[in-house]
Design a protein around this ligand. Structure first.
Ligand code: GDP
Ligand code: IMO
Ligand code: MG
Length: 432
């Protein structure tokens, strides 16, 4: 039976997952998303065009592959409609090749308000979410109050009205809490208009086939077809293993592909772990190697490190090998993919954090909390001082860059099989 490969982020998201899924898609029959929702922003560039995908898998641009939105995903019908319509306008009609799990939970307009109200009620401790309703939707799923895509086909209006009413009561009590803390209440202004558009999104969704994705995927596997699973967010945002509570609300680790698609663990083949040659983070939460100086600003400027979803500045810092060893372990990564090395082209020296110093003691293990008192221990390596974006094969790599790769492979005990040297599909170099 064919195996399922998983591609996922090893840092705090935005590693370049969308780009590489697009590059690898020709080798697979099916591409599927297994968790997250429109908090994701996956950017692809080819033939001078740029696309940002939120809920739709990044396999849609490479021929007539089957693309699946799995049960582990949370779907906002309105944002989905906007995304799919934009693609249709640019000549990519997906209705015949994009399939949606009946078990995927839906993000309601009031989930977005709840997201805002939760944040406001947290005061200074807010997470800095994307505001897309992700946390409240997963909360409803786990508390057994959610609405699923399959519910659209059965007594939907009644189910929707009950969920909305419940949410309004919750928002009112969160608003009281926010006001007590000196914050602002979330307003219901505009909810009617948003709801109207959202219901249009629900209608639009019906153009697509709703499937029992666990059956469909396993049937394909039995027929010898291959599947690539596309992770969203990154392992350091995983709800169990990330920098809790500054995380997202799903399991972003490899195991999430099993629960988010109905794939048994013994079907997983390769796990592609993707990371940037440095590190970024959007939103609040600890970040041991964060740079607050000119170097951090230089990385942000050259790397265009601004959020694809919210436009927020991404916080930037040096690569953190303590965190990467941890995330490689959690996911069982078999191959590493390094992105955005070209961003470091003009840096005379490059730092890599190889250990943490906590209370004067050095550790290579990722601790329970990275919130306070961590001093990164750096190794400084010479920069390559040349333009990697023009490299066409590994043979074109300068020696200092080859040395950087060899250093990382030794530290991480995993081969780096792909290096990305620019945002374009063609700027992708396979090593072996
Ligand atoms: P994702 O969420 O993991 O899919 O990543 P994002 O799309 O949010 O962020 C990655 C950004 O880096 C996008 O703007 C990409 O176009 C860009 N990008 C991807 N790979 C490279 C690379 O190798 N070099 C450069 N300079 N940019 C890249
Ligand atoms: P992709 O798939 C980077 C961050 C948010 C916030 C935290 C919780 O493009 O890599 P949420 O809205 O999920 O409740 O926010 O997680 N976050 C991301 N950061 N890339 C993402 O997705 C992210 N999705 C969520 O900024 O700190
Ligand atoms: Mg992104």
């Amino acid at each position: 039976m064919a195996k399922v490969d998983v591609l996922l982020g090893l840092q705090w998201g935005d590693e370049g997952k969308g780009k590489v899924v697009d590059v690898l898609t020709p080798r697979y029959d099916i591409v599927s998303r297994f968790q997250g929702g429109p908090n994701a922003g996956h950017t692809l560039e080819f033939n001078g065009e740029k696309y940002v995908l939120r809920s739709i898998p990044s396999g849609i641009f490479q021929g007539g592959k089957v693309n699946i939105i799995g049960n582990g995903v949370v779907l906002d019908p309105l944002l989905f409609m906007k995304e799919a319509m934009e693609l249709a306008q640019s000549g990519h009609d997906l209705t015949q090749r994009l399939f949606i799990s009946k078990k995927a939970h839906m993000i309601l307009p009031t989930h977005r308000l709840l997201d805002k109200a939760n944040e406001a009620a947290k005061g200074k401790a807010k997470i800095g979410t994307t505001g897309k309703g992700i946390g409240p939707t997963y909360t409803d799923k786990v508390s057994r109050n959610g609405l699923r895509v399959g519910d659209i086909l059965d007594n939907f209006e009644q189910k929707y009205a009950a969920a909305k009413q419940r949410h309004i009561e919750m928002i009112n009590s969160l608003n009281d809490l926010a006001i007590q803390k000196g914050g602002e209440a979330v307003s219901f202004d505009g909810l009617d208009e948003l709801e109207k558009e959202w219901l249009q999104g629900v209608e639009y969704l019906k153009k697509f086939q709703f499937i029992d994705s666990e059956h469909v995927i396993n049937k394909h596997l039995k027929e010898g077809k291959s599947v690539l699973c596309e992770g969203a967010q990154g392992t350091l945002l995983d709800v169990d293993f990330g920098s809790y509570p500054f995380v997202t609300s799903s399991n972003t680790v490899c195991a999430g592909a099993c629960t988010g698609l109905g794939i048994a663990p013994n079907k997983i083949g390769d796990v592609f772990g993707i990371f940037k040659a440095y590190c970024t983070r959007v939103g609040a939460g600890p970040f041991p190697t964060e740079l607050f100086d000119e170097t951090g600003k230089k990385i942000r400027d050259i790397g265009h490190e601004y959020g694809a979803v919210t436009g927020r500045e991404r916080r930037c810092g040096w690569i953190d090998l303590v965190a990467l060893r941890y995330t490689i372990m959690l996911n069982g990564v078999t191959q590493l993919i390094m992105m955005k090395s070209d961003v470091l082209d003009t840096f005379p020296t490059i730092k890599a954090c190889v250990a943490y110093k906590i209370n004067g003691e050095e550790t290579r293990d990722f601790p329970f909390s990275i919130e306070e008192g961590i001093e990164p221990v750096y190794v400084e390596l010479p920069g390559w001082n040349c333009d990697l974006t023009q490299c066409k094969s590994e043979a074109d790599f300068p020696q200092a860059f080859k040395d950087y790769i060899a250093f990382l492979e030794k530290e991480l005990e995993t081969p780096i099989t792909i290096c990305s040297v620019g945002p374009d599909r063609d700027q992708t170099i396979e090593r072996r």
